[in-house]
Design a protein around this ligand. Structure first.
Ligand SMILES: C[S@@+](CC[C@H](N)C(=O)[O-])C[C@H]1O[C@@H](n2cnc3c(N)ncnc32)[C@H](O)[C@@H]1O
Length: 349
């Protein structure tokens, strides 16, 4: 049975399907109850991304301190033509697509090579995919956009297949939001929906100077702080909670031994917060933190290892001259496929 619901848009070339019919916040109550019952407290990062959170993330991407977007964008600008020529995708499935801004490099290459792929963005936030879809169909008169609202940790098996090669893109360094075991399980889940001729294009952030990392997650304009606090807005709205946002502050730092940025919300006072829909009181000590996101920074070996374990062979590995970022094209291992590790293709970006 197809558990998806299609929602029509004014643009006939943009369709949107809600997988599981339950909406992205259907698991919020359970996750909030569990997350606030743990010690230390923790929330899953997918709840940042309501419409406001997605727009705040766009602002973060434009901040001068936030190098990952600029770096990945430059790699895609330079390499999309060769990626599309190599894969010749009949569809591009993008997981966690957000505004799809960087995807235009792939679609430009499709346009130039008359490789008229269908575009399937997949995200928890439907609003951002609809506005991205409209923008893209204006830009490319051949493009059909089939957006999917769902959770990529749960809903990938419900996606439609394709007859031709599919390029599965997972950009933005979002793989870093998963812990080690979760990343492996997630990549295995992607592998399970891919066929031999499909390819995975994945962007991952690399370990670098603490100062550069710290600045990227503590931008001077305060976009990241507002984005972080937005998760409390979401909980207030969706679960009738009474968080006073003035009583929490953004706290992000590089945890060097774990090679990850940790983003927390820190309570400015001793306080008790009531969450109406859960009939739950949550107490916070002054200085206590809630972990809202991790962003792992990889060594190249760690990336190749996790991809290998998940059943992928790296075909191309693009990185900028400063080694800030990795953009990797990988294929599923077939039973007899020779394993080799491509050396990074260094670019002056
Ligand atoms: C770090 S942003 C990256 C956005 C975009 N790919 C980029 O490179 O700028 C992560 C994106 O993944 C989406 N996302 C986060 N968790 C998700 C989940 N569990 N399932 C589906 N989408 C998710 C968010 O809504 C957001 O658009």
């Amino acid at each position: 049975m197809d558990a998806a619901r299609s929602v029509s848009t004014e643009d006939t070339r943009v369709t949107i399907r809600e997988i599981n019919n339950s909406g992205p916040f259907s698991t919020l109550a359970d996750d909030v109850r569990k997350g606030f019952s743990r010690s230390p407290k923790q929330l899953p990062p997918k709840y940042f991304y309501d419409d406001r959170g997605s727009r705040l993330f766009e602002r973060i991407c434009s901040a001068p301190e936030y190098y990952p977007t600029r770096t990945e964008n430059a790699l895609l600008e330079q390499k999309s033509a060769s990626i599309i020529a190599h894969v010749k995708p009949s569809s591009i499935l993008e997981l966690g697509s957000g505004s799809s801004r960087k995807t235009t490099h792939l679609l430009n290459a499709c346009d130039q090579q008359q490789c008229y792929s269908k575009y399937l963005p997949f995200d928890v936030c439907g609003d951002i995919m609809v506005s991205a879809g409209k923008h893209l169909t204006c830009r490319y008169d051949w493009l059909e956009v089939e957006a999917h609202v769902g959770d990529y940790c749960r809903d990938l098996p419900a996606l439609p297949g394709d007859d031709g090669p599919r390029l599965v893109a997972f950009l933005g360094g979002t793989i870093g939001n998963f812990g080690e075991d979760e990343a492996l399980a997630f990549l295995r889940g992607i592998h399970a929906i891919m066929r031999d001729e499909d390819r995975l294009l994945i962007g991952a952030d690399r370990a670098k100077d603490t100062e550069v990392l710290h600045a990227a997650y503590n931008d001077a304009q305060g976009y990241t702080a507002a984005f972080n606090l937005n998760i409390l807005e979401v909980i207030n709205r969706e679960l009738g909670a009474q968080f006073n946002l003035d009583l929490f502050e953004h706290h992000a730092f590089f945890n060097e031994p774990a090679s990850r940025i940790e983003m927390h919300l820190r309570s400015k006072s001793d306080q008790m917060v009531y969450i109406r829909d859960l009939d739950m009181h949550v107490s916070f000590k002054r200085g206590e933190t809630v972990l809202t996101e991790i962003s792992r920074k990889f060594a190249p070996g760690a990336l190749t290892h996790v991809l290998d374990q998940a059943g992928f062979v790296i075909e191309r590995h693009f990185e900028p001259g400063n080694n800030y970022y990795s953009l990797i094209l990988a294929r599923p291992k077939s039973g007899t496929a020779a394993r080799y590790q491509a050396s990074p293709d260094r670019l002056a970006v």
